[in-house]
Design a binder for this molecule. Structure first.
Ligand SMILES: Cc1ncc(C[n+]2csc(CCOP(=O)(O)OP(=O)(O)O)c2C)c(N)n1
Length: 318
């Protein structure tokens, strides 16, 4: 039976956000060494959404993500060792070293394969949710996507189909305001994404994406409604990406985004806010645990072998 936890767990959310932050900061730190073999889309600053949302899900619930997916993967319980090995391009990675950062997957925890194609997971998630509905499953599907996904036709086709067929699915729109370097206001005419979604009859709400607790509350409520038979739902969460669209650098000095926006987001960073609600001993214990698990994952990746040439033709679909 897929059930979420009954109340917000500050320590669990802190542990997840710290793990995501530490993982991505380590990626940024070592990126210049070329040990990480794929492009990386970091979500530093956006951790509260994944942590808040995924702690409201049951193990059977299914998550679809995208190329900016480290946070969702970790928060859903994806294996950290095989993710790091995958980033290193090693055979002990979850896709044998052939997928990299943009194509994370861990089906053991119902984290579906991610893709680099904007909005592609939205149609896949709707199809998966329809299949679960037809099988009478208790599990529900959550699809994380950026606001840039709403620039794609397939996004609206998928919402239309989900609404038409009354498919139980939760779309979580992570609105960080930008698609690469283009502001939402410079790209999209008309009403907001939730308002446009609501024209299909989809109940769309908003939550504070800077607070895991707020996201947890909104997602718990949505999941309860989905389990009681509601059709598609959407929650738009506001957030801010601290680093560049792709790669480990800070793009603010380039002038695409104002430094003051970064500073405003950093001032409401959820990690210190969660720590302030905890005993210092718990904070220290969890920080040490995160450091140990990260060190073990890096060692796992270092110890792996690169795939041999025969791997090139394996797992191809013809
Ligand atoms: C179909 C498609 N069009 C364009 C791109 C190039 N592209 C990669 S990421 C991106 C921006 C997407 O922004 P958003 O959905 O808001 O997510 P974010 O990167 O902000 O997390 C674009 C346009 C792509 N990968 N796929």
């Amino acid at each position: 039976m897929a059930m979420g936890t009954s109340s917000f767990d500050v320590k669990r959310a802190y542990y997840l956000e710290r793990t995501i932050r530490a993982t991505e900061e380590k990626i940024a730190e070592i990126y210049f060494t070329d040990k990480v073999k794929s492009p990386v889309h970091l979500s530093v600053g956006q951790e509260a959404i994944a942590a808040g949302a995924c702690t409201a899900l049951g193990g059977d619930d299914v998550v679809f993500s995208n190329y900016r997916g480290h946070a969702h993967y970790i928060a859903k319980g994806g294996d950290l060792n095989s993710m790091w090995a995958e980033l290193y391009g090693k055979a002990n990675g979850h896709a044998g070293g052939k997928a990299g950062s943009m194509h994370l997957v861990d089906t053991k925890v119902n984290f579906m394969p991610a893709s680099a194609i904007v909005a592609s997971a939205v149609s896949n998630a709707v199809g998966y949710a329809l299949a679960l509905k037809m099988r009478g499953s208790d599990a529900r599907v959550v699809c994380f996507h950026g606001e840039g996904a709403a620039d794609e036709g397939v996004f609206w086709e998928s919402l239309n189909f989900a609404a038409l067929k009354d498919i139980p699915i939760l779309f979580i729109c992570e609105n960080n305001g930008y698609a690469i370097y283009s502001k939402q206001q410079d790209r999209m005419a008309g009403k907001s994404i939730p308002e446009r979604a609501s024209t299909f009859g989809i109940t769309a709400s908003r939550a504070d994406g800077f607070s895991a607790q707020a996201v947890y509350g909104a997602v718990s409520k949505a999941m309860a409604a989905l389990r009681e038979g509601a059709g598609p739902l959407m929650i738009e969460v506001n957030t801010y990406r601290w680093l560049d669209h792709v790669g480990p650098d800070d793009d603010h000095p380039g002038g695409y985004r104002p430094q003051s926006d970064l500073e405003a987001a950093q001032a409401i960073d959820d990690i210190p806010r969660l720590a302030a609600q905890m005993d210092a001993d718990d904070v220290a214990r969890i920080d040490a645990q995160v450091a140990d698990e990260l060190a073990a994952a890096l060692a796992f990746a270092e110890a792996g072998d690169f795939p041999d040439e025969t791997a090139l033709g394996r797992n191809d679909y013809a």
